[in-house]
Design a protein around this ligand. Structure first.
Ligand SMILES: [Zn+2]
Length: 305
């Protein structure tokens, strides 16, 4: 596995196995799962260090995290619960949250799939601060820009509005954290135009993120180096629905007018006829996305075929 874009983070992780609990049948609710804290009597939270208190469920292959700030010392029956339903939601969509009553108010329990674990370790704090808005995480995992705006605008107070904004940003990063590795892996970490790796390759959205139909799916992505990503986003180069690479004459003449066309012949001569697409058909850009991408970047209609 290749880890992309992970910055070093100071982090202490306490992890136990999630079980269906002791006490025999009928003693605990059937849908309850839990961790039993062992060998730790207190958590000392260090400033600047993210301390995580969690469990792994073999049954679901997901990780659950409780709010470490609310569990710095443990009494005589140290166990923390999570609903089976929350674990199952995370299996289905990759992430889920649940509110859990504690002596000091509600805590947010966050459940993530293994592919989102690194993202959570680095960025998950905003989820634990989301309080009553935490259940919205499931809908925000797949929200359009309009839905995100409505969620922020419908906040009752300024404080809630700021918290909701953080939550929206965090969930955008979550979607991107899934999109980027999937796209880069599909293209073997090389630019689909020039085959360059050099750690200069990024995942470009075909239908721009700002559009309601933009999805963080591999069929809406293409791996491009910095040069070709810039050329693609500024509509100098485009990818047609049959993967042919085209140069935009309107953009070229505009650049010539502005005396910004230096290097154009060499740039153009090095372009292949078509982009290199992933071997797997399901990972290739969808023709519908490619057409919409050209339209939205205002390509002349003759190119949008
Ligand atoms: Zn390139």
């Amino acid at each position: 596995m290749r880890v992309i874009g992970l910055r070093p983070t100071d982090c202490i992780l306490f992890l136990w196995t999630i079980t269906s609990g002791g006490g025999g049948e009928g003693v605990r609710p059937a849908d309850e799962r839990r961790i039993q804290i062992t060998n730790v009597s207190r958590l000392r939270l260090e400033p600047g260090v993210r301390t995580l208190l969690g469990g792994w469920s073999q049954e679901h292959n997901v990780y659950a995290f409780w709010d470490a700030r609310r569990h710095t010392s443990f009494g005589r029956s140290p166990s923390l619960q999570v609903a089976n339903e929350t674990l199952e939601t995370a299996v289905e969509i990759g992430i889920a949250t649940q509110l859990r009553p504690t002596a000091g108010g509600q805590e947010v329990v966050v459940v993530v799939s293994p592919s989102s674990l690194l993202w959570y370790l680095e960025n998950g704090a905003a989820l634990q601060n989301a309080e009553g808005d935490a259940p919205a995480v499931v809908t925000l995992a797949d929200a359009t820009p309009e839905e995100e705006r409505e969620f922020i605008d419908s906040a009752a107070t300024e404080d809630q509005s700021a918290r909701r904004y953080d939550l929206v940003e965090t969930m955008r990063a979550y979607r991107d954290a899934k999109f980027r590795p999937a796209v880069l892996q599909a293209y073997s970490y090389k630019c689909a135009v020039c085959d360059v790796d050099l750690s200069l390759v990024d995942a470009a959205h075909i239908v721009p993120v700002s559009h309601p139909e933009s999805a963080d799916e591999v069929t809406n992505g293409v791996a491009l180096c910095s040069l070709h990503h810039g050329a693609f986003d500024s509509a100098l180069i485009g990818i047609q629905s049959d993967y042919r690479l085209v140069v935009n004459p309107a953009r070229v003449s505009r650049l010539r007018d502005l005396q910004l066309a230096s290097g154009l012949p060499g740039f153009q001569a090095r372009l292949p006829e078509s982009i290199r697409v992933p071997a797997s058909i399901e990972a290739r850009p969808s023709p519908k996305n490619l057409r919409l991408g050209l339209e939205l970047r205002r390509w002349p209609s003759t190119f949008v075929a």
